[in-house]
Design a protein around this ligand. Structure first.
Ligand SMILES: [Zn+2]
Length: 1018
C-alpha cells in the first residue's frame, strides 16, 4: 500500500500493504512549544539505563528537546522482544508492533497473513475482528501494512480506555490468531464454482488478496517501483512480491501460512512501539502479561543481508499492463529509469540524512539538475514513479527517470543521467539551494501533521528500526542537522564526494525499462485460464461436490451475523456531549474579512484565502484546476519561474491553490465556488509570505509555452495515474454529477471530464486558447474584492501579520463590486443517469450510486450520516468485500449527497444490487440497538479527529458552520432512533421520486449496456 492518507474513505486503505513509498519527507515531526513537560521528565527519571520493569531491561534513555520528547529503549529479558517508548505531551497515543517478515517467493504469504490474523483470535473468536472493531473504537488511526521486509500493525487513539481495548485486540490477533483454513480461503485464495447452485459450473479463483493484487498489477506506478527494488536488490527477499503475484498466489498452502506465522510473528522477532502521554509502565505490564510470558526465546533468523556490490551495471526490460486511459492512436511509450544501490545499510542516521538532502537537491523542483536535464528535455511526460531515495529496504535505492518516453530514447536517457551525475560531482550544488533544503527541514520539524505518533513509527520503521539501526539516534534531528552542517563546513566538497561515491563511481546500478503491452494482461489472463482448466480436470466428481459444499459453507458463514460480544467497545457515554469550541475572531482589515485563530502553532503562521470565482465565464470554468496548478509555478511580477521556486523553498513551508466548491450548509439551492489558497511559513518569514503572494496576485505570466507544456504534461500524467488507485473517487464524482450543482461542478474540477480535458491539452501543440483562458482567469480571480481570509498564528505574532497583511491588501487588484460569493441554482433540475466508463485495460471495476439529500443544517442530515455507517459496517462490508470479493465498499454522507461505492470490484452489477438491498435492509429496521450505537460511535470518531494547527477554524471559515451549529448536529446524532434511520432510508433512497446517479468505471460489460447504461470510453 502507498500509505495513502486516511481520508473520509479510510476503510479502503484499511488492511493494505506498503510496497513502495512515495518520495519521503525528511521528517514530519513537529515540536510542541512545551518546554519540558511532566511526562517527558518523569519518564527520564523513572527509567534509568539498566533498570528492570516487568521483565524488561532499559538499554537506553534519551531526551530529545527539539521534539519535546523522551525516548526509552528496552529489551525483554526472556524473549528478546524490543520496545521503544516515546513519551510526549500528546493525547493521541499510538501503538505499533513491527515484525520483520521476509518471504522467499511471490505467493503473498506475508500479505495474506496480515489479512488473516485480523480474522479472529483465541480471546476474540469472532469472524472479522478488524472490521468489527472499527465501529467499536474511536481510533484516530488503525491499519495494518505489509512491506517487502516487514509487517506492521499500528493504531492511535485519544481515549485511554480505547487504547487498552485496541491493544488487547491487536496483541491477541497478532500473537494468538485462529488462522483457520476458512480465513485463509476467504482472505487469500480459493477455487469456487462460478455458480453455487451448479456443481458443473466453471471454476474461478476468489479471495480478497487475490483480487486486491490483480488490481495492483494494473497500476503502472506500483509495478515500476516494485521492479526497481526487485532488480537492484535481487539476491534477497526483495526479489519477490511480498504482496503476492496472482500468478503465484494459488501455490500458497494454508500450512505454509501457519508456519510463516510461527517463525515471524514471535516476540523474538518483534519490536513494540508506544507513544504519547500514557504511562509506559502500564503498557509494559499489559504486553508482558498478555503475550511475552507465553513464549520462549527463538532464533528467528530474519536478518536481511546487505546486497553485495556489483562490478558492472545491468540493464533490464520488463512488461506491464497498458495505461487504461491510452487510446489507439497514442504513440508507443515506455517508462525508464536508472536505479542505484546507495548506502550499505539504511541504519546510519547521519548518512541517511545526508543522502536525503543530496537526492532532494538532485531531483526536486525546477532548479534541480535532473528537472532541467530530464523534464525540460521534453523526452518524457514526468519523472518515473519512485524518483528519489527509498530508504525502506536493507540497502537504500536512488532512482531517477522518465515516464512516457519513446522506446528508442532509453539509451539517450541513461547517458543524460550519467552525465548529470558527473557534472554535479564536478560542480556541486549552489549554497542557496542547500540552505533552502535546510530551511525545509526546520519547517518539517515544526509543522504538525495528522497522527504524529504513527508517522514517527512509520518513519523509524522504514529506515532504521526494521534493520536494527540506531533508532534513537535518528530521532535526534537537530543534532543530525548540526553534524551535517559541520561536515559541510569542514569540507565544501562534502556533497560532491557523496555524489561521486554513490553515483559516479558506483557500478551497482540498473537501467530499467518498463514496456506496456496488451499481451501482458492477455498472458496473465490465459495463464489463469490454463490454471483453472488444469485444476478443473484434476477434480473428481466427489471433489467437485466437496468444493461446492465448501463454497456454500463459506457463503453461509458470510451470511451469519458474527457474534462480536467478546470484543471490547467504547460506549456512547464515553463520548463528550459537547463540541470543542474553536475560539475564533473575525474582523475587517482594509475592507476584507479576516478570521483569526490565536493559539500555539509551534512557531508557524498558516494562511488561507478564499477568492470567489463567480465572475468567471462558463467556458473558462473547466480551466480553473489547471490555473490553480500553474499559478504558483509560473513566472510572476519580476521573478522567473526558477526564482519563484527558489523563493518558495527558501521562505515558505508551502503555497498552493485549489478549486473549492461546497453547498451552502443551510440553503440547498446555493453553492459557494472559489479558489482556495493555502500557505504557511516560519513566524520570522511572515513578510515573505505576503510579498510572494503580492507578486503572484499582481502579475502572473502565462507566456513561457515550453515551461507550461512541461507542467501540463506532468499534471496530465499524474491525473491519469490516479485512475486505478482512486477509481472510486472518479466513480462517485460521476454518480453525483447529474444530481446537484455542486456535484456537477465537483466533477468538472476533479472527475473524468477534467482528466479528459487535461489529456487533450497535454496532446495539443498550440496553447494559444489555453493561455487566453488563463489570462482571463487571472484577471477575474486574482482580485481581492470578493475574498475572505483566515490566519492561524500565535498571539505574539499578530501585529507582524497585520502589518504585512495591510501591505498585501493595499497592493492587489480590487475591482469587482457586484458579486456575491454564493451562487443560486434555484432552477437546477437533477436527473437520473446510469453510465459506464469503460476501458479494455481494466480488469476490476469501481461502482457508485448517489442520491441527493439535504444540507448540513437539516435534521435528516445527521440521520443520514449515521445511516451511512450502519450500512457500511453492518451490510455492505459483508456483501461487497466478504461475499463479492471486492477490496472495499461502503456508503458515505458528504455535503448533501448520500453515496455508495465499491473499490476494485470483480462484480459491479452485484454491488449495485447490494446498494439498493442495503437501503431495503435498513428500511425494514431489522438491526440491533448495538448496531445503532456503533454507527453513532463511528460518526463521532470521524467528527472528533484531532484538529491540526493548520486547520483550526476551517469549518467556520470554509462552510460558515459555527460551534453552535456543530453542537446542534452533535445533539441530533446522540438522539438518532431506529425510526429515524428507517425513515431516511425510505424517503431519500427508496422513494419513487428519488433521482439516482449511477456510475461504473471498469471493463466493457454487455450486462450493463443491456440494462440501459450509457457507455463511454475512458
Ligand atoms: Zn491487502
Amino acid at each position: 500500500m502507498w500509505l495513502r492518507s486516511a481520508g473520509h474513505l479510510s476503510r479502503l486503505s484499511a488492511v493494505s500493504r506498503v510496497r513502495c513509498l512515495p518520495p519521503r519527507r525528511f521528517c514530519n515531526a513537529a515540536a510542541q512549544s512545551v518546554a519540558e513537560s511532566n511526562v517527558v521528565s518523569e519518564t527520564q527519571t523513572k527509567y534509568p539505563v539498566g533498570s528492570k520493569h516487568h521483565g524488561y531491561t532499559v538499554s537506553r534513555v534519551e531526551n530529545v528537546p527539539e521534539l519535546s520528547l523522551a525516548a526509552v529503549l528496552l529489551t525483554h529479558d526472556k524473549t528478546g522482544a524490543q520496545h521503544l517508548h516515546v513519551a510526549r505531551e500528546d493525547r493521541n497515543n499510538a501503538f505499533g508492533v513491527l515484525l520483520r517478515t521476509i518471504p522467499c517467493d511471490s505467493r503473498g504469504v506475508a500479505h495474506i497473513l496480515e489479512h488473516s490474523t485480523l480474522c479472529g483470535s483465541q480471546r476474540y473468536p469472532c469472524r472479522n475482528v478488524f472490521f468489527s472493531m472499527l465501529p467499536r473504537s474511536l481510533a484516530t488511526f488503525i491499519n495494518a501494512f505489509t512491506g517487502s521486509d516487514m509487517t506492521l500493525y499500528p493504531f492511535a487513539t485519544l481515549n485511554a480506555k480505547d487504547f487498552n481495548n485496541l491493544l488487547s485486540v491487536y496483541l491477541d490477533c497478532v500473537f494468538f490468531p485462529r488462522l483457520e483454513e476458512a480465513d485463509f480461503r476467504q482472505e487469500g485464495w480459493r477455487l469456487e464454482q462460478e455458480s453455487l447452485t451448479d456443481v458443473a459450473s466453471k471454476l474461478q479463483f476468489k479471495g480478497i488478496v487475490y483480487n486486491e493484487m490483480k488490481g495492483a498489477y494494473h497500476e503502472q506506478g506500483r509495478m515500476f517501483q516494485d521492479q526497481i527494488q526487485r532488480n537492484v536488490l535481487p539476491s534477497n527477499t526483495y526479489a519477490h512480491d511480498s504482496g503476492g503475484d496472482p500468478m503465484d498466489i494459488p501455490d500458497l498452502t494454508w500450512k505454509q501460512l501457519t508456519d510463516f506465522h510461527k517463525r515471524h510473528y514471535h516476540p523474538s522477532n518483534a519490536k513494540f512501539f508506544t507513544y504519547g502521554d500514557l504511562p509506559l509502565d502500564n503498557h509494559l505490564q499489559r504486553i508482558s502479561d498478555h503475550v511475552l510470558t507465553q513464549f520462549e526465546r527463538i532464533e528467528p533468523r530474519t536478518e536481511v543481508p546487505s546486497e553485495d556490490s556489483w562490478t558492472e551495471p545491468m540493464r533490464k526490460v520488463v512488461n506491464c499492463a497498458p495505461d487504461p486511459t491510452a487510446t489507439e492512436g497514442d504513440k508507443k511509450v515506455v517508462t525508464s529509469a536508472v536505479a542505484y544501490k546507495v548506502l550499505s545499510g539504511c541504519t546510519e542516521p547521519l548518512e541517511n540524512l545526508t543522502m536525503s538532502i543530496v537526492c532532494h537537491l538532485l531531483t526536486s523542483g525546477p532548479n534541480s539538475p535532473f528537472y532541467q536535464a530530464l523534464i525540460e528535455s521534453g523526452m518524457g511526460d514526468a519523472y518515473s514513479t519512485g524518483t528519489g531515495l527509498d530508504l525502506s529496504p536493507r540497502n537504500g535505492i536512488f532512482s531517477v527517470g522518465l515516464r512516457n518516453i519513446a522506446e528508442e530514447d532509453t539509451d539517450k536517457l541513461e547517458s543524460i543521467i550519467l552525465s548529470v551525475m558527473e557534472k554535479v560531482a564536478e560542480e556541486g550544488f549552489p549554497m542557496e539551494q542547500i540552505n533552502a533544503v535546510l530551511h525545509q527541514l526546520e519547517i518539517d520539524q515544526k509543522h504538525e501533521e495528522q497522527n504524529y505518533g504513527v508517522n514517527m513509527l512509520l518513519e523509524l520503521t522504514m529506515s532504521v528500526w526494521n534493520h536494527d539501526g540506531d533508532v534513537i539516534g535518528s530521532l535526534r534531528r537537530g543534532e543530525l542537522v548540526d553534524q551535517f552542517k559541520a561536515a559541510l563546513e569542514a569540507d565544501p566538497e562534502f556533497l560532491q564526494k557523496k555524489v561521486r561515491q554513490y553515483f559516479v563511481e558506483n557500478q551497482h546500478r540498473v537501467t530499467l525499462t518498463m514496456v506496456p503491452t496488451a499481451e501482458f494482461m492477455g498472458e496473465r489472463r490465459l495463464s489463469e485460464e490454463a490454471r483453472l482448466q488444469k485444476a478443473s480436470e484434476a477434480l473428481s466428481e466427489t471433489d467437485r461436490q466437496n468444493l461446492l459444499a465448501e463454497g456454500l459453507r463459506m457463503e453461509n458463514a458470510q451470511n451469519e451475523i458474527s457474534d462480536v460480544s467478546s470484543l471490547p467497545s467504547i460506549q456512547l457515554q464515553d463520548i463528550d456531549r459537547h463540541v470543542k469550541e474553536e475560539e475564533l475572531s473575525t474582523e475587517s482589515v482594509d475592507g476584507t474579512s479576516v478570521q483569526y485563530c490565536l493559539k500555539p502553532t509551534n512557531g508557524l503562521t498558516y494562511y488561507r484565502h478564499l477568492s470567489s470565482i463567480t465572475a468567471v465565464q462558463a467556458d473558462a470554468v473547466p480551466y480553473l484546476p489547471l490555473f490553480c496548478h500553474l499559478i504558483t509555478r509560473v513566472a510572476c511580477n519580476n521573478m522567473t519561474y526558477q526564482q519563484l521556486a527558489q523563493e518558495l523553498k527558501e521562505h515558505l513551508g508551502g503555497l498552493s491553490a485549489s478549486c473549492y466548491v461546497a453547498p451552502h450548509y443551510i440553503d440547498d439551492q446555493s453553492i459557494e465556488q472559489a479558489i482556495l489558497f493555502r500557505g504557511f511559513c516560519l513566524d520570522r518569514k511572515i513578510p515573505y509570505l505576503f510579498s510572494i503572494l503580492s507578486d503572484i496576485f499582481s502579475n502572473p505570466h502565462f507566456d513561457d509555452v515550453a515551461h507550461m507544456k512541461d507542467l501540463i504534461k506532468m499534471r496530465a500524467t499524474s491525473i491519469k495515474a490516479s485512475l486505478t488507485p482512486s477509481g472510486h473517487h472518479y466513480a462517485m464524482a460521476s454518480a453525483a454529477s447529474s444530481l446537484s450543482p455542486h456535484g456537477r461542478l465537483s466533477e468538472t474540477f476533479g472527475g473524468l471530464s477534467q482528466m479528459a480535458l487535461m489529456r487533450q491539452i497535454a496532446d495539443s501543440e498550440d496553447l494559444t486558447e489555453v493561455q487566453e483562458h488563463l489570462r482571463q482567469l487571472a484577471s477575474s480571480v486574482l482580485d481581492i474584492s470578493e475574498s475572505r481570509l483566515a490566519i492561524n498564528v500565535e498571539a505574539a505574532q499578530r501585529d507582524t501579520v497585520e502589518n504585512s497583511l495591510l501591505n498585501f491588501l493595499s497592493g492587489v487588484p480590487r475591482d469587482r463590486t457586484d458579486l456575491d460569493g454564493h451562487v443560486q441554482f434555484g432552477n437546477f433540475v437533477g436527473e437520473s443517469k446510469k453510465r459506464l466508463f469503460s476501458s479494455k485495460a481494466l480488469d476490476v471495476s469501481y461502482a457508485s450510486h448517489s442520491v441527493r439529500t439535504v444540507p448540513y443544517s437539516h435534521d435528516d442530515h445527521s440521520h443520514l450520516a449515521v445511516l451511512a455507517h450502519l450500512l457500511t459496517d453492518k451490510f455492505l462490508h459483508r456483501e461487497i468485500r466478504e461475499k463479492g470479493g471486492a477490496y472495499g465498499g461502503g456508503s458515505v454522507m458528504k455535503n448533501d449527497h448520500f453515496t455508495f461505492y465499491s473499490y476494485r470490484d470483480p462484480s459491479p452489477v452485484k454491488s449495485l444490487e447490494s446498494f439498493t438491498k442495503a437501503a431495503e435492509w435498513a428500511a425494514e429496521g431489522a438491526f440491533s440497538d448495538t448496531d445503532i450505537d456503533e454507527a453513532k460511535l463511528a460518526e463521532f470518531s470521524k467528527l472528533d479527529k484531532p484538529v491540526l494547527p493548520a486547520s483550526r477554524g476551517d469549518r467556520q471559515f470554509l462552510r460558515g458552520i459555527s460551534d453552535k451549529a456543530r453542537q446542534i448536529n452533535r445533539d441530533r446524532i446522540f438522539s438518532v432512533t431506529r425510526n429515524d434511520l428507517v425513515d431516511v432510508a425510505k424517503r431519500y433512497i427508496l422513494a419513487d421520486e428519488v433521482k439516482h446517479g449511477i456510475a461504473v468505471i471498469g471493463p466493457e460489460s454487455q450486462q450493463l449496456s443491456d440494462s440501459g447504461f450509457e457507455v463511454k470510453q475512458i
